[in-house]
Write a protein that binds this ligand. Structure first.
Ligand code: TXA
Ligand code: MG
Length: 523
């Protein structure tokens, strides 16, 4: 298409530049295209009543012309001008969720051209919450037809920079209104059938819709999962052109690299991704790992990007498309992503992840052996560093067949946990109940036992003192996991010293658990 010289405007919802908005509205009214912010993703807008504007939108996006557009209105009253079939239930729906991230499909009125609706007799309507969007619609004097403001096949745009990347030179103007708050496209509900149906999950949940509409169908969010695994990945162009799984043909919202979702318990997922990433790296791939704040430090290979706290689904949703685009920029050609979700946005996140993915992988569980292997953390008195290490290791290990002990080299009188150790552990959510320090006994060192000392001098003492402790089963924790420094005794230090010691132990123990479990999982 011809190159346009794109005008750029910048404003915030609380500080709208009315002159710039006036100019943008003139462009829409004159048949041009303006990319603008909404609370879900950026939209690529044109006059919804103008068949030529719809054609231009398809051209700018590089999208097939039969894909219908969402018509955006500034307030609920405008709905009756473009759609039929309104009812008290629909009014209740718009009352409750508009302005907001909900798109409603209704029979269209004649004033909406078939070019806008992709030839359908129905129209998708949404009243966005974003003030810039609504002011733009008002000033344009017409509803605005707008798909997401991305090139076809690419992730939707949630930042101004994404829009520039995809559409600069292809549209008449772009309004920079900051980052999209939600970051996933609106929920679409089709109310033209007997029972309303959610066609695309989003921020407004099915349960919320049911409160207003009663019965609501929910298409499985698992619409088109490829179900391929790593080994069955298509190898040549021929196969690419004739995909076997529908998920490949309709891959959507996707990064350029091949995305694999990995499902399972957190520890299993981390181990499996480490293994897959290492293998892919050795095959010459540029590997991406789509991680969370909680797991990112445990990945050892590839470009690791953090989507946010695994318990903060809104943060992850807002980051999803930007993360995909970062992988593109960094040249990742294969990406492993944790299958993140959550209570409110789980359906929407899973839907977008699955549409973007080539396949879903299940992380294997570690093998349970009949003989319990014993891990013993050892230090001088056995009531500080070894206590932290054993509690941390136990928490990481998720229902295992490992026995984890904390022991002292010399414990004349069993003592409770060191007070500062206890304070640090409690503030990190670890249980200290019933703890007393215990002397290591030679009989506790069996064939499958591994001993981990905190200092090299103590490791030597253990080997010298206990006949069953040898160079083969008694390790310095830090060097076993590839760290350089010993774990120093915090004794005599303040609470902060103990806190720092705890963090050092946490990091070593995390690596230790990954290492041991990897051996148990993959032999
Ligand atoms: O959050 C959003 O909805 C964003 C912002 C810009 O509002 N827009 C958006 O538009 O995601 P788009 O074009 O990327 O997705 C619109 C979806 C498509 O899957 C399309 O097939 C569906 O809505 N759609 C539109 N009109 C429809 C209709 N009459 N019947 C069924 N599906 C329709
Ligand atoms: Mg789209």
């Amino acid at each position: 298409m011809e190159h346009l010289s794109t005008e750029h405007f910048r404003m915030t919802e609380s500080n709208i530049d009315s002159e710039a908005l006036e100019r943008a509205a003139d462009i829409i009214a004159g048949g041009g295209l303006v990319a603008f912010p909404t609370e879900t993703v950026y939209g690529l807008g044109g006059n919804a009543f103008d068949p030529m504007a719809a054609k231009r939108i398809y051209e700018a996006k590089g999208r097939p012309q039969d894909n219908p557009l969402i018509v955006h209105i500034a307030d609920s009253d405008a709905l009756s001008e473009i759609a039929e079939g309104l009812s008290p239930k629909i009014e209740a729906l718009t009352e409750k969720f508009w302005p907001g991230p909900l798109t409603i499909i209704l029979p269209k009125k004649d004033c909406v051209p078939g070019e806008t609706t992709g030839g359908l007799q129905t129209v998708a309507v949404r009243c966005p919450r974003n003030r810039i969007a609504r002011e733009l619609i008002k000033k344009s004097g017409c509803p605005i037809a707008a798909p997401s403001a991305n090139r076809s096949g690419r992730p939707s745009t949630t930042k101004y920079s994404h829009v520039v990347e995809d559409l600069d030179g292809r549209v008449d103007a772009i309004i920079d209104g900051g980052d999209a708050k939600i970051g996933l496209e609106s929920t679409i509900v089709d109310v033209t059938g007997e029972i309303p149906a959610v066609l695309r999950p989003g921020y407004i949940t099915v349960d919320e819709l049911r409160e207003v509409l009663g019965d609501v169908w929910m298409d499985s969010p698992v619409e088109n999962i490829g179900g391929l695994d790593f080994l069955k990945e298509p190898k040549d162009e021929e196969q690419e052109a004739h995909p076997k799984a529908p998920g490949m043909k309709y891959r959507h919202y996707a990064p350029k690299g091949k995305l694999y979702l990995v499902q399972g318990a957190e520890g299993d997922v981390v181990r499996y991704i480490n293994k897959l990433a290492d293998a892919a790296r050795q095959e010459g791939h540029t590997v991406g790992v789509c991680a969370t704040t909680d797991t990112k430090d445990r990945y050892r290979f590839g470009i690791v990007l953090d989507m946010g706290q695994s318990t903060n689904e809104e943060q992850m949703a807002a980051a999803l498309y930007d993360t995909f685009r970062q992988f593109d920029t960094l040249g990742a050609d294969i990406i492993y992503a944790e299958y993140v979700g959550g209570k409110r946005l789980g359906d929407a996140l899973h839907n977008r992840l699955q549409k973007a993915a080539f396949g879903m992988l299940y992380a294997p569980r570690p093998m349970q052996s009949s003989r319990r292997r014993r891990i013993i953390f050892v230090e001088g008195h056995g009531n500080a560093r070894s206590a932290m290490a054993s509690a941390l290791f136990e928490r990481l290990y998720e229902g295992s067949d490992l026995e984890v002990l904390s022991r002292g080299i010399v414990v004349q009188f069993p003592e409770p946990m060191n007070q500062k150790t206890e304070a640090v552990m409690v503030s990190n959510g670890l249980s200290v109940e019933g703890f007393v320090s215990k002397q290591l006994k030679d009989s506790e060192i069996e064939q499958d036992t591994m001993l981990f000392a905190m200092e090299e001098a103590q490791r030597k003492r253990i080997i010298a003192r206990f006949p069953s402790a040898t160079e083969k089963n008694t390790y310095l924790l830090s060097s076993y996991v590839g760290d350089e420094l010993e774990i120093m005794d915090p004794y005599g230090g303040n609470l902060q010293t103990y806190g720092i010691c705890f963090e050092v132990i946490r990091s070593s123990v995390q690596k230790l658990s990954d290492k041991i479990l990897e051996e148990k999982t993959y032999g």
